[in-house]
Design a protein around this ligand. Structure first.
Ligand SMILES: Cc1ncc(COP(=O)(O)O)c(C=O)c1O
Length: 407
């Protein structure tokens, strides 16, 4: 991708503006396929970036969709992904969302599977499935059960969703009880396996492999009595950056299984978000004003926590680069505070080595393809920016128009 294309995007579509490089998406999808080749099922966790053009591009590269709401399911459908390549999970599924999944199965277009978080959610799904007459001659709906593996993974504490104290998933004992009880009911639901996700932005492979090992061993135990149980979805969490490489996650899992005398289940899946999309995205912004801060220049830009909340939400660092300057780009760089444009002091993008900047200069925040536009808010009355795609031939197309600016 040429930086001049980003300059062109800002000139054509204004700022702030999200830009996605489709060639970078292709190469991320290729890396994922090399690390988890067929018959691994590869799914993109839409929560990272539900833009239909992104979802469609990944689907064309053999990466299906993993959604956590009817809204994300609609985005996958809009992207042309058929239900049999979409899995539904999420800690907060409502009756209406479960009902949609049941009706899709009744109508012969079942989702790939639905992941259930708790015994109570399973009961709700069973009730809806029975009421809709699922089962019998009709197709059934496949279900995975989300395991809380009680594993602390190598990431910041608030990303460790597989830890024992997290709100996600069931402990092993609860899962055993659920499977046993479900065997006594007939509802057109078919429990096919286990889902596990230990955390995000993993800095090492051990926690992921440990969580996966626990899921695979539990599956093998349950499959003795329930032979239709053949699937583990090992979740996502792979880092946005290059290390550890994706293939190390798979090889460490295989090593741990071999050491335990176990094997991979018949059907295996992954569902990453950020490693597929983070590096493909930029958030473009223009400088609004500059003044002398405590320890160097302080620059306020026209992007903010409304367009990129990760720094304010959990101290994430996104590199800022200067793109198109009215002054001398070769002038000495200095540590520059880059501040967002909304009325919160946590709305800051941190300190960056930048050349002198003036009002109107263009900068780009890097690695904003994941959890940026997906977490946009209208706080401070800010309209949603446009989302622009860079095609592999470097042409720019609009992926989604921005909201109109309301005076
Ligand atoms: C269950 C589950 N799967 C997949 C993901 C995607 O994570 P990542 O973007 O870190 O790969 C998440 C992220 O929160 C998740 O909770």
């Amino acid at each position: 991708m040429l930086l001049s294309t980003l300059v062109e995007a800002a000139a054509c579509f204004g700022t702030p503006c999200y830009v996605t490089d489709l060639a970078a998406l292709d190469s991320a999808a290729t890396k994922l396929r090399r690390a988890f080749p067929d018959p691994w099922i590869r799914q993109f966790s839409l929560k990272a970036n539900p833009l239909p053009a992104v979802v469609a591009r990944l689907a064309a590269m053999g990466v299906g969709s993993n959604v956590v709401s009817a809204g994300e399911w609609a985005a996958a459908t809009k992207a042309g992904v058929p239900n049999h390549l979409i899995s539904l999970e999420g800690i907060g599924k409502t009756d209406s969302e479960l009902q949609l999944a049941v009706m899709a199965a009744v109508n012969g277009k079942p989702l790939r599977w639905v992941t259930v978080e708790s015994k109570e959610e399973m009961s709700a799904l069973e009730k809806l499935a029975k009421a809709a007459g699922l089962g019998g001659s009709q197709s059934s709906l496949k279900v995975l059960l989300r395991l809380n593996p009680a594993v602390d993974s190598e990431t910041r504490a608030d990303f460790q969703v597989g830890s024992k104290v997290s709100k996600f998933g069931m402990p092993e004992w609860e899962m055993r009880e659920l499977v046993q009880r479900h065997a006594e009911t007939s509802s057109g639901l078919s429990i096919r396996g286990i889902h596990v996700h230990v955390g995000s932005q993993l800095a090492a492979t051990e926690g992921w492999a440990e969580g996966g090992l626990r899921a695979a061993l539990l599956l093998a135990e349950l499959a003795v009595d329930f032979e239709e149980m053949d699937t583990v979805d090992f979740g996502g969490g792979f880092p946005a950056g290059p290390t550890p490489p994706l293939s190390d996650f798979r090889s460490r899992l295989e090593q741990r299984l071999a050491m335990a005398g176990a094997e991979l289940p018949t059907r295996t899946a992954v569902e990453p978000g950020r490693c597929l999309v983070a590096a493909s995205g930029w958030l473009l912004a223009r400088v609004l004003h500059v003044r002398q801060g405590q320890s160097g220049p302080q620059v306020v830009v026209d992007a903010s926590m409304s367009e990129l909340i990760r720094p304010a939400l959990y101290g994430a660092h996104h590199e800022v680069i200067a793109l198109d300057l009215s002054g001398a780009p070769s002038a000495a760089r200095s540590a520059t505070e880059v501040e967002g444009g909304v009325c919160e002091s946590t709305d800051t993008f941190g300190v960056h080595e930048l050349p002198p900047l003036r009002r109107g200069d263009l900068v780009a925040l890097t690695m904003t393809g994941a959890y940026a536009s997906a977490m946009f808010s209208n706080y401070n009355g800010r309209p949603r920016p446009p989302e622009v795609l860079i095609q592999p031939d470097h042409k720019l197309v609009l992926g989604r128009p921005g909201e109109p600016f309301a005076p």
